[in-house]
Each structure stands twice: as C-alpha cells, then as structure tokens.
Design a protein around this ligand. Sequence first.
Ligand SMILES: C[S@@+](CC[C@H](N)C(=O)[O-])C[C@H]1O[C@@H](n2cnc3c(N)ncnc32)[C@H](O)[C@@H]1O
Length: 261
Amino acid sequence: MTVFAQLHNAIDYPLRQLFRWGRGGLQWRNESKTELYAQNPAAAAEARRLHATYDLTYFARHSRARSYRENLYYLALIDSALTPPAAGWGRVADIGVSDWFYAHALYAYLKRHHAAPELIGYEADAFRVYNDLHSRQDYAHAYMRGLPSERVIYEPRAFVAQPESYDLVTLFFPFVFERDHLAWGLPRGLFRPQALLAAAWGSVRAGGTLLIVNQGVDEHAAQLAACAAIEAPVAQAARFESPLFHYALPRHVIRADKPAT
Ligand SMILES: C[S@@+](CC[C@H](N)C(=O)[O-])C[C@H]1O[C@@H](n2cnc3c(N)ncnc32)[C@H](O)[C@@H]1O
C-alpha cells in the first residue's frame, strides 16, 4: 500500500467517525430459493438438515439468494465448530461484524440452544459509506431485520475488553495481517491484532468459549501462534469445508474453551 493510501486512511477514518453517516431506509426484495441448490444435491441435503434443526423461516422468506447461501454456510460452520453447553450461551459478543450479513445465521444458532440469547456485534468502522450512499451500519440494520431488536444489538464502535462478560465471543475473519487491515481503509495505528485477541479472550467468562474463523493456511498458522502467545488453550483447530458455498481461500476454525473455575 502506498504512503498516499495510508495517509488517506489516517484522515478518512477519523472523519467517518466524526460525521457518523447513515440514512436508513435500506431494504431489498426477497429472492426465490427454489432452484438454489438444484445442481448440487449435497448442498441441498445440507440445507434441508439446517432447516430441520434451526428456525430459518423468516430469513428464508426475506432475503436475497446470495445472502441466504452465505448464511447457510456460516450456520453450517458454526454448527460444526461449537458444542453447546446444556444451558446454551446467554450472552454473546461478535467482534468485527462489518455489515453483519450473517446475523441471522448466528442468531438462529444461538436461539436453538438458549431461550433468549443476547447478541452484540461490535464494528470499529460502522460509518464507512458504500457506493449507494448507505453506511455499513445501514446495511447491518437491514440485515438484522426480523431479529428481536432488544436482543440483537449492533454497536458501532471498536471492541474493548469487558472482563469475563460473555459466554461466547466470536471473531469471523479478524485482520491478522496488516495489509488486509490497511486495504479495508483502517489507519495503521489501529492494527493491534494481539491486543484485540487478548481483549476478546479476557472477555470470555470462566467455562465460556472463543471462536475464531480465518481464511487461508498462513492466516490460520499466524492466528494459532497468536492464541499460543496469550495462552488460550486451543481445543479445536480445523479446516472447514461445506458443499453450501465455495471460497477460493479455505476457511479454518479455532475454538478455545476457558476452564471453569
Ligand atoms: C475482514 S472483516 C470481517 C467481517 C465479518 N466478520 C465477516 O465475517 O465477513 C473485519 C472487520 O473487523 C473490524 N474491526 C477491526 N478491528 C476492530 C475492533 N477493534 N473492534 C471492532 N471491529 C473491528 C473491521 O472494521 C472489519 O469490518
């Protein structure tokens, strides 16, 4: 990244935080899912399994096809990576949610295991403006439609440690390498992946769980090293594959369970 681009990030990001742009009113038409997996019987079977297990009724009737496919993929990934405790997870933080296009998948999973989970999504750059002049937060609110607004909350701010406050903390694709952080328009000074990981781990209560998803083997290896540095005991580190969606870079999952006291 050029010095000019870095300078741009350093100026543009604080301006976004200052003006906090948003204009709401974003919605899109439902798209049919009937033919979605017509050529892919394995994906169709997996989609049926997820529908039989999780309540996706509203989402299936109020979503675009691509978003629906990606949500089913996220749901399958979460479903394979986590083993719910008997009482489920009542308080959950998702860190770095961007526009939270997968909020329905995550909430459907949590709701299956807990009567009324509270899910908070933190995003450090919520006021980035997209080409249609809607902000990232506008998109998030549109993607969250249909979820209980008192239980699913979008926090437009950087995550800071909240010691032992959450039963489950998730990080889907946190920035591990500086080049990705800069490419997403963030200032260099905010790139502190080790500190963010430590804050996430410190916010997991005793007996709780941290879930991290990365893309590519290099990122996965660097993330494992970062977990070792904070002495988070990794209980699972595996590549995740599903017929539901194909990504060029393989997805890897890391789960760390905090010992109960
Ligand atoms: C690669 S994106 C991942 C987005 C999303 N989780 C997904 O699965 O597509 C990483 C996001 O983390 C956000 N982020 C970076 N540092 C953060 C922090 N300290 N607190 C909250 N969000 C942060 C970035 O602004 C960006 O939107």
